[in-house]
Design a protein around this ligand. Structure first.
Ligand code: DHB
Ligand code: MG
Length: 226
């Protein structure tokens, strides 16, 4: 926490980010409306913003909108000519996210599609395959962990070569390495299955990075589509 406080004070000054108030509003609005406190933490939001900039991403896919916090970070990083398509299964989450995205002035750039990723992603694949939609050039998977592998495999069918796919929360306080824990926690089992399958998939290369933050000990997978 002390490291986060020191580095944030220097690198994340509110005056240097024109979306700072909108991000704080999105975070607080989600909590006020009873959404779970599992949004990305600020440094992680900024990491996503930096990654979409480096990738020059213009068609971003997110699975799991929650309150729109990470979508705002990505849209603000990617610029006015970029679009974030984000999938959310819970109508209440979608409504809260829409409020916060409108408050950020980003309604024109962020589209929330209501439905399960398992239903919506195949529809997006059809649109991309038919040439009705641009392929995606950055993917953030942050939804039900049981389907991490399914979402990654679906995403691989509608991305440009060299697209970065970021999968959140795969380390879960180190339980990723605990085979016994996976027996009674389907979220851990889902992330273990992801790591095992990606290791066998020639269409993708990946690494898992462990993180500590105000939001506990966790970590993410960063994959690149070949
Ligand atoms: C959980 C989910 C998340 O996406 C996250 O960032 C943290 C925790 C969870 O389901 O526990
Ligand atoms: Mg998450």
């Amino acid at each position: 926490s002390a490291v986060d406080a020191f580095t944030s004070a220097h690198l994340m000054a509110p005056s240097r980010n024109k979306y700072n108030d909108a991000l704080e509003f999105a975070y607080a609005n989600a909590l006020a409306k009873g959404l779970p406190d599992i949004a990305s933490f600020p440094a992680q939001g900024k990491l996503l913003s930096i990654q979409v900039q480096v990738a020059r991403a213009k068609n971003i896919l997110e699975v799991g909108t929650l309150g729109g916090y990470s979508a705002i970070w990505m849209a603000s990083g990617a610029g006015e000519d970029a679009r974030v398509t984000t999938v959310e299964v819970d109508p209440k989450h979608k409504q809260v996210a829409e409020e916060s995205i409108a408050n950020a002035g980003l309604s024109g750039q962020i589209d929330i599609l209501l439905g399960s990723g398992l239903d919506v992603l195949p529809e997006l694949i059809k649109e991309v395959t038919a040439g009705k939609r641009e392929p995606f050039d950055f993917v953030f998977i942050d939804a039900d962990k049981e389907n991490n592998l399914a979402y990654l495999e679906l995403a691989l069918q509608m991305v440009k070569p060299k697209t970065c796919i970021y999968v959140d929360n795969v380390v879960r306080r180190g339980t990723l390495a605990d085979e016994a824990a996976a027996q009674h926690d389907t979220r851990i089992a889902g992330s273990r299955k992801l790591v095992e399958a990606v290791g066998q998939n020639d269409k993708v290369d990946a690494v898992v990075i462990q993180t500590v933050s105000e939001k506990n000990y966790d970590g993410f997978m960063l994959a690149v589509a070949k």
